[in-house]
Design a protein around this ligand. Sequence first.
Ligand SMILES: [Zn+2]
Ligand SMILES: [Zn+2]
Length: 89
Amino acid sequence: MTDWSICRCRREHATSRGFLRCKYPAAKWITGTGDWTLVAWCGPAATFTLWPTYSEASDRDSVLYATGCGTYCRGKHEVIHINRTKETA
Ligand SMILES: [Zn+2]
Ligand SMILES: [Zn+2]
């Protein structure tokens, strides 16, 4: 399980989406809401879908899991917990 807690900017972000945009500006797109993200590293740029719970982010039967990655898909998907509350160091 990967846990992302500290953004390099050291600022607090109001949403996980803002956190991802700041921490990983090369992302192709970021969608959804929540502190769990399903990352697809398959294509030339990573894509992120956000979910409120781990079980939803890791649900391999979900429509977004199956289709969210597109034609480049090589199955390189990873669930990451965004732990913004620790972003105080
Ligand atoms: Zn930041
Ligand atoms: Zn994929």
